[in-house]
Write a protein that binds this ligand. Structure first.
Ligand SMILES: [Mn+2]
Length: 297
């Protein structure tokens, strides 16, 4: 353990850009007040930062730019800023950065922070979500907690359910099935991915996610074999390779934000869930960066 712990930086080693120059703004929301059962996701933002900063992460920093290899060994090079931790009330800063055309990368915290981020972001006239989760989070008998996120989002201005999808869903409640039908939102289960293959699923998702898109990842979308350190683990989830593949294929120049929620460090095994969360941050940046650059050529 380092002796002078107080000088440990609460930012990612790869986040080497100033806010003004940055293309991506990483921030934590250390708040799990919207969750139940196995609480502790409020520790995730700093624990993931510490884990990453103590381990070999690869990549090089030159001129405020961080470069490394993403999925499929594609090189990316991006300007990433870490804005530190924010309370739910301070998320206006994130909204401002999105309106300044920076991509926000949020780290929960429990999944209810996603609705708060989008409420602050005011993304505009038409936008959708790619929502990776074991649970549909579309309860409407109760609001503003980790089980009602999609229902809360559906009330925001400009949200288009037809340009949105719930991916990896496997343990709905009865009222959630009704709400999914009412909203008319696309659902892709792990069974669908098994049957159709990730490639076909990614292609159909690209036809659905045609508006500005926010990608939200509840780490329980993964099988507990890949991500044991979550609030509510559910067997029968997707693999880390499938998740990375899908993010890589659906992220586009229209992706305005990503978040990763529900990591609970105290239930993690050998840091594997935190390591995956960190990879997802960088691979999301890689995928969005690649899409934007393709667009600008
Ligand atoms: Mn969730």
């Amino acid at each position: 353990m380092p002796k002078n712990k107080k000088v440990e930086r609460k930012r990612f080693a790869f986040a080497s850009s100033t806010y003004a120059e940055s293309e991506f703004v990483v921030f934590g929301v250390p708040d799990d007040s919207g969750s139940a059962y196995r609480k502790g996701s409020r520790y995730a933002p700093d624990m993931i930062r510490s884990f990453v900063n103590k381990n070999e992460i690869g990549g090089v920093i030159t001129g405020g730019r961080f470069s490394m290899f993403g999925p499929g060994m594609k090189k990316f090079s991006s300007k990433v800023h870490d804005a530190g931790n924010l309370s739910r009330k301070e998320l206006g800063l994130v909204g401002k950065s999105i309106r300044n055309r920076k991509v926000s990368i949020g780290l929960g915290g429990d999944h209810s922070i996603t609705a708060d981020i989008l409420r602050a972001a005011k993304p505009g006239h038409k936008w959708g979500i790619a929502y990776f989760d074991a649970h549909p989070d579309i309860v409407n008998s109760r609001g503003r907690y980790f089980g009602s996120v999609v229902n809360d989002i559906s009330k925001l201005e400009g949200f288009d359910p037809e340009a949105s999808a719930l991916i990896g869903i496997r343990t709905p409640e009865e009222e959630e099935i009704d709400n999914i039908k009412k909203l008319g939102i696309e659902v892709v289960t792990p069974q669908d991915i098994e049957e159709r293959g990730a490639r076909a699923v990614a292609e159909s998702l690209r036809h659905i996610l045609t508006a500005d898109t926010y990608i939200s990842i509840d780490m329980d979308v993964l099988d507990p074999a890949y991500a044991p350190g979550v609030t509510e683990p559910e067997p029968g989830g997707i693999s880390s390779t499938q998740l990375i593949y899908l993010i890589d294929k659906i992220a586009s120049e229209r992706t305005f934000g990503v978040d990763i929620t529900e990591v609970v460090p105290k239930f993690d095994k050998e840091g594997m869930t935190m390591h995956m969360a960190y990879r997802l941050i960088l691979y999301s940046i890689s995928a969005i960066d690649t899409a934007k650059r393709r667009q600008s050529i």
